[in-house]
Design a protein around this ligand. Structure first.
Ligand code: MSP
Length: 659
């Protein structure tokens, strides 16, 4: 239809619900959000899908451990994923859960099409099976033990439905040839082509040994096996069988981590070919964010969480770091040190400082109204020309997913503005007419450069660029700027600057890192010491992760908490941590060091000799860099959560257990 916007449909993987998001998952979702924002600023109607992958043995197990039905378990987890994306400013346009009815219908429909077209048959699957966990162990050989429980596996044969993947070797290779952009980056394409050229085995796509899955209609107890179920979510999210009406399918871009590229570039197009449905246009596999050179996992204790970073430095800082630090497609190391360094240098001292000082000078010299440029000198024209030509280069980098280079080029423009100001020294000019004219030219040139940089950086830094846009008093919203029409010379002059904004306050590195780590600690171990001592007041992170107050626990759960009578031996303040006291506490069998968030309400000396209730079997952790080995119990009183230490009106022996 004339005048209609072109469509762009992109997806992130749907994430497993047996864990919560860390920085690796955040990376994929943030990149998707950045692309979504760029595409919108290029005039596209965009839909971004993310969601949760909720079936399979792992969820069955996790729900059993939590003592709740699977449906309840996944509902809670899906809500947590969804609300975290909302909180981080990367909300889904479509959030698909594999337990959604619309998804169940789509999977069953896709299976029916594949079957009607002759690509599905009944056969037998033989594999190593763990009878204790009731699950096949992928890639295990006879004699191998179960990786989960360590007990021997048995060779078991079960009836399955198979997908004739072998029939798609040639069609897939032809497809890759005709669509050279389908697999990105190029290096991954070679890996996949070699794999397919090596021959494809048929794929078992149903199981009778798993209960928690989508039933194969009329073939119960068969349920669909993970990947046939999961990949179909991309189609379910845009109306599955009614995809033509919605007009979003095929996907223009599937963003995935390198770990799951084969499923997306071999299985998925084969399923769609078998069903005679349109194929996605591109699959882009990015690398991993590693921690100390190894993959993050909760059991290794090396996961980096997004929320504490967003609370401390702002979500824009995290987005900037993820895209700027690593070449998209390659692995990169995550380090708090590098994160805070980039924040201070590029955001606080770079863009933030340029915006604040430009606004301050316009405020001082022109009553807060953006001045009109006077006669241009060669250096003004050079800066204008260079900025204009950078626009095209920057947009091209982003179109090619070269985010790091795109940002580098934007920041080269910021540095050019800094150099220009240093050279032209508008602050050293007087009040004569000529000087005022010159100041007007310099400041309007800088403001125009800043406007362009703000629009170009908006998809990566949505919050702070919206603030700079308002600060510059520019009309409309920065997200409505059409990037294709962005040119030097469109600055609205004569307009009043908006209110001064805090953009990126500089932070002291070691303190910022300690605060982030301490918030992460609390989020990972939600039984925080009283009362959430070192998080920022707005974070609410510990509360969000804690079970709801109305939830009941059994006596056996309570018995897991060991509480004893302790006596405080020493108490001192911790430099740089206003709310924390470092205590040593006698718990009968030993003297423990414990940190407590009570410094604002208790004088250290007043605590010495006092008997308190102590949780003694908490795993030790560091608070603001100080080890804390236990927790002191206190009531949290009043709206500000004033701690009141629990005590013993009658004498209680040190070390006695509380029951
Ligand atoms: N549920 C499947 C995907 C099904 S898609 C039809 C799955 N889920 S996952 O939760 O394990 O992870 C999915 C994605 O998270 C990875 O492909 C990757 O995009 C991202 N990452 C997880 N850890 C990561 C890093 N450490 N670094 C970067 N991305 C990583 O696989």
């Amino acid at each position: 239809m004339p005048g209609q916007k072109p469509k762009f449909y992109l997806t992130t993987p749907i994430y497993y619900t047996n864990g919560l998001p860390h920085i690796g998952h955040t990376y994929t979702t943030v990149v998707a959000d950045v692309i979504r924002r760029y595409k919108r600023m290029h005039g596209y109607e965009v839909v971004m899908t993310t969601g949760t992958d909720e079936h399979g043995v792992n969820v069955e197990r996790a729900a059993k451990n939590a003592g709740v039905p699977e449906s309840e378990f996944v509902a809670k987890m899906a809500a947590a994923w969804r609300s975290l994306w909302d909180e981080l400013g990367v909300p889904a346009d479509e959030f698909i859960r594999t337990t959604d009815l619309r998804h169940v219908r789509t999977v069953q429909w896709l299976f029916k099409l594949c079957r009607e077209n002759g690509y599905v048959y009944k056969g037998h699957y033989t594999g190593q099976y763990c009878i204790y966990d009731n699950a096949f162990v992928n890639d295990a050989k006879p004699g191998d033990n179960c990786p989960d429980c360590g007990r021997p596996t048995e060779t078991v044969t079960e009836e399955n439905y198979f997908f004739k993947l072998s029939a798609f070797q040639k069609p897939l290779l032809d497809f890759y040839k005709k669509n050279p952009e389908f697999i990105q980056p190029e290096s991954r394409k070679n890996e996949i082509v070699t794999f397919v050229e090596g021959g494809l085995k048929d794929l078992s796509i149903t199981r009778t040994t798993i209960r928690w899955g989508i039933p194969v209609p009329g073939e119960e107890p068969h349920v669909f096996y993970v990947w046939f179920d999961a990949l179909t979510a991309y189609l379910s999210a845009v109306d599955g069988p009614e995809y033509e009406k919605r007009g979003m399918w095929p996907a223009d871009l599937h963003l995935v981590g390198k770990d799951i590229i084969r499923f997306h570039t071999v299985y998925w197009p084969a399923f769609l070919m078998a069903a005679m449905l349109p194929l996605p246009k591109q699959v882009w596999a990015h690398g991993w964010f590693l921690m100390d050179a190894s993959k993050m996992s909760k059991s290794k204790g090396n996961v980096v969480l997004p929320r504490p970073i967003a609370n401390m430095l702002g979500m824009d800082a995290l987005r900037y770091f993820l895209l700027r630090e690593v070449v998209f497609g390659q692995d990169g190391n995550f380090s708090y040190d590098a994160l805070v360094t980039r924040y201070n240098s590029d955001l606080a001292n770079g863009l933030g400082n340029l915006a604040s000082r430009t606004a301050a000078m316009i405020d001082k010299n022109f009553g807060g109204k953006i001045p009109k440029a006077g006669k241009l000198r060669a250096q003004d024209e050079t800066l204008a020309r260079e900025t204009q030509s950078a626009i095209g280069d920057i947009l091209e980098h982003f179109a090619k997913m070269e985010f790091a280079r795109g940002l580098e080029s934007i920041w080269a423009v910021v540095s050019a503005a800094d150099r220009y100001l240093t050279k032209e020294q508008p602050w050293a000019l007087g009040d004569s007419e000529a000087d005022t004219q010159r100041k007007a030219t310099i400041l309007s040139t800088t403001a125009e450069l800043l406007r362009i940089v703000t629009a170009l950086a908006h998809p990566v830094l949505p919050e702070s660029t919206a603030k700079i846009w308002m600060l510059l008093g520019q009309p409309g919203s920065v997200s409505a700027v059409e990037l294709d029409g962005l040119r030097w010379g469109q600055l609205a002059s004569g307009v009043q600057l908006g209110k001064a904004q805090t953009l990126f306050p500089r932070v002291e590195k070691s303190e910022a890192i300690e605060r982030i780590e301490s918030m992460a600690n609390e989020e990972l171990n939600p039984t925080a010491p009283i009362p959430a001592p070192v998080t920022t007041p707005t974070s609410g992170s510990a509360a969000a992760a804690a079970p709801s107050a109305s939830e009941k626990i059994g006596i056996e759960d309570f018995a897991k908490v060991e509480m004893r009578v302790g006596q405080i031996k020493t108490a001192e303040r911790i430099v740089g941590a206003d709310k924390l006291l470092k205590l040593t506490v006698d718990i009968g069998t030993e003297i423990r060091q414990i940190c407590a968030g009570i410094a604002q309400f208790y004088e250290p000396d007043s605590l010495i000799g006092r008997k308190v209730a102590v949780v003694t079997n908490l795993a030790p952790r560091k608070l603001r860099g100080v080890e804390s080995n236990g927790m002191i119990i206190a009531a949290s009183v009043g709206p500000e959560g004033r701690p009141v230490l629990a005590g013993f009106p009658e004498d209680a022996e040190v070390g006695a257990r509380l029951k």
